[in-house]
Design a protein around this ligand. Structure first.
Ligand code: PLP
Length: 371
């Protein structure tokens, strides 16, 4: 029987093994573990990649999010609007600064925040909106920016799944006031450990995040504000610089795989991802929707195909956020979608043969269950 993993990081490592191991030796040999040239160069190159003036490396994507909120002065008594169908880290960032998360349902065809439902959630305490470019697909930024201007709100993009995505000709990461990226190993641009960064065109904001992430100091032992410790380390920065050279190629491989899935699945009953004009989906995840998810996943599993669910519980229904007292049924789209979504294997090196086998297995399942 075949065995198709959900994600294969080793294949990518093998393709850059020598470069990575040489660079690792160099970093170790220079003892450039924290800070240093690789960090500085990565920030410059990543800002350039995202078409922004500034980038600041931090320890992970979650820190990028909450440090951004903190740098914007958001805290106790403030409300921050985001989608209910995100990874919990988006919401943890809001509660970490003492603010209150306010949820909005999502657009069922794009999986990003439903921009028609944001305005009714804005109160005098609302300070920011965090659109999440979920699965690698850009949120409707035009409408979000319009609302932000109208109500004087900040826009913090959660771009943890969307390195290289494009919205109406503009790079994700360059549209809101500040954007947050994760370099968790499984992300489209993944480190060999934890890592994260912010991008922004505001010098002031970038310097605030930098200050907060380095114990509130610009110069050693001169502490200006009470800060934190959240740094991208030298080894991860060096590895990310190598990977940044290939990210466009890997993204195109993901997109080719998605197109092949789309083509082969176009006759099935399953709802497949969409991509609108002027938009570049980077397919961090390839998500389909099925009514009978448990048996679907079990069948694929028996065929040796691994799948994922992103995410099984909308954040308002998690135990962690039960204190917000949001009743079941409040966000019907997120609640229904979360019971139907399945992420199929997706990574650049996935082969046509593997995709064909996955779709054949899906068709077999459909045939068996339709009789
Ligand atoms: C991965 C992820 C994060 C958090 O990133 P970490 O680096 O794991 O802290 C935040 N938001 C979304 C949507 C993510 O997928």
């Amino acid at each position: 029987m075949k065995s198709i993993p959900f994600l294969d990081l080793n294949l990518q490592f093998k393709s850059i093994e020598k470069e990575v191991m040489d660079k690792t030796y160099e970093v170790f040999n220079n003892s450039a573990f924290i800070g240093g040239n690789e960090c500085k160069l990565f920030e410059e190159e990543f800002a350039q990649y995202c078409d922004t003036k500034y980038s600041v490396g931090v320890a992970n994507g979650t820190d990028a999010l909450w440090l951004s909120l903190k740098a914007l002065g958001i805290g106790q008594g403030d409300e921050v609007i985001t989608a209910a169908n995100t990874f919990i880290a988006t919401v943890e960032a809001i509660s970490a600064v003492g603010a209150t998360p306010v949820f909005v349902d999502h657009n069922p065809t794009t999986y990003t925040i439903d921009v028609t439902k944001i305005e009714s959630k804005i109160t005098e305490n609302t300070k920011a909106i965090i659109p999440v470019h979920l699965y690698g697909y850009p949120a409707e930024m035009d409408k979000i920016i319009d609302l932000a201007k109208k109500y004087n709100l900040k826009v913090v993009e959660d771009a943890a799944q969307a390195h290289g995505a494009i919205y109406k000709g503009r790079r994700i990461g360059s549209i809101g006031d500040i954007a947050c990226f994760s370099f968790y190993p499984g992300k489209n641009l993944g480190a060999y450990g934890d890592g994260g960064a912010i991008t922004t065109n505001s010098y002031e904001l970038s310097e605030k995040v930098r200050l907060l992430s380095q114990h509130g100091s610009k110069n050693k032992y001169k502490h200006i504000v009470p800060g934190y410790n959240s740094r991208l380390d030298g080894l991860q920065a060096a590895i990310l610089r190598i990977k940044l050279k290939y990210i466009e190629e890997w993204t195109e491989m993901r997109r080719r795989n998605a197109r092949y899935y789309n083509k082969l699945l176009s006759d099935s009953n399953y709802i497949i991802p969409i991509e609108e004009d002027d938009t570049r989906h980077v397919y961090h995840l390839y998500v389909v929707r099925v009514n009978d998810r448990n048996s679907f996943i079990k069948f694929l599993n028996e065929k040796g195909i691994q799948t994922g669910i992103h995410y099984p519980t909308p954040v308002h229904l998690t135990e962690a956020y039960s204190y917000l007292n949001i009743a079941q049924g409040t966000f019907p789209i997120s609640e229904k979608t979360s019971s139907e979504i399945v992420s199929l294997p997706m990574f650049p090196e996935l082969t046509n043969e593997q995709i064909e086998y996955i779709v054949e297995s899906i068709n077999e399942y459909q045939y068996l269950t339709s009789r």
